[in-house]
Design a protein around this ligand. Structure first.
Ligand SMILES: O=C(NCCCOCn1ccc2cnccc21)c1cc(-c2ccc(F)cc2)cc(O)c1O
Ligand SMILES: [Mg+2]
Length: 214
């Protein structure tokens, strides 16, 4: 059967990237998306904002919802302190298989735990399966209609602490209106919008950073 876009992206990384060099993997994916095929990675513009928030938080416990091809996984993992690992959830097994190879090509496989499944099933298992108490940093980049139910699940499962930072992609395009309304009106969060554009386009999009106040 015909290859998938993530599989073609992996080939481009292996051709144009340098093994063990995360920056070259990020550049190879951005080049592929700008010159060959658009793909729904967070991209370079929003990726720089992601980098700055991760650097500011310097998290010890990290969760990413929505691995896709591993682009943002590589962006985050390359900035983590030695010994820190990030957990990333991917629903689509074909994409997960590509992501594992892209993460390994970047040399970051020891900093990443990639779990296949849905957030609704896996979030309640975080404490028992991974020995997590609370998350310092969460990147939301999965089904846009799961952002709101999942933030409520984080609260119910006691996975947030005073100061936990949630960063959400695509709050304008495709959009997460119910999530935005919740975090911007809840007294339990301090939220800030970072304007940008949909990856590799001129379409308006942005990231919403929300700090849990306890
Ligand atoms: O849809 C998007 N992402 C989500 C993928 C599936 O995620 C499924 N998934 C991954 C873990 C996971 C865990 N639990 C449940 C579902 C779970 C997404 C879409 C666009 C986009 C914007 C404009 C367009 F014209 C077309 C597409 C841009 C983005 O940046 C995105 O992130
Ligand atoms: Mg996204």
């Amino acid at each position: 059967t015909r290859s998938t876009r993530p599989q073609r992206m992996l080939k481009a990384v292996q051709k144009n990237g340098t093994k063990g060099n995360p920056e070259s993997v990020i550049s190879a994916i951005d080049y592929f998306c700008k010159h060959s095929e658009w793909a729904m990675n967070v991209g370079d513009e929003k990726g720089s904002i992601l980098d700055s928030v991760v650097t500011e938080v310097n998290p010890s416990t990290v969760l990413e919802l929505g691995t896709y091809c591993g682009y943002s996984t590589v962006r985050i993992a390359r900035l983590l302190s030695p010994g820190t690992k990030l957990i990333t959830l991917e629903f689509n097994p074909v994409n997960a298989a590509v992501a594992r190879q892209i993460i390994a090509y970047a040399g970051l496989q020891d900093k990443v735990i990639l779990v296949e499944g849905s957030s609704g099933d896996l979030i309640p298992q975080m404490k028992e399966r991974f020995g997590i108490m609370t998350f310092d940093f969460i990147f939301l980049d999965h089904w846009k209609d799961r952002y709101l139910p999942d933030i409520k699940l984080f609260e119910e499962c006691g996975l947030l602490r005073k100061g936990s930072v949630l960063l959400a992609d695509n709050v304008i395009c495709p959009g997460t209106p119910e999530y935005l309304e919740y975090v911007r009106n809840s007294p339990r969060y301090e939220s800030k919008y970072y304007p940008a554009h949909l990856e590799y386009t001129k379409v308006e999009d942005g990231l919403e950073k929300s700090v849990f106040l306890g």
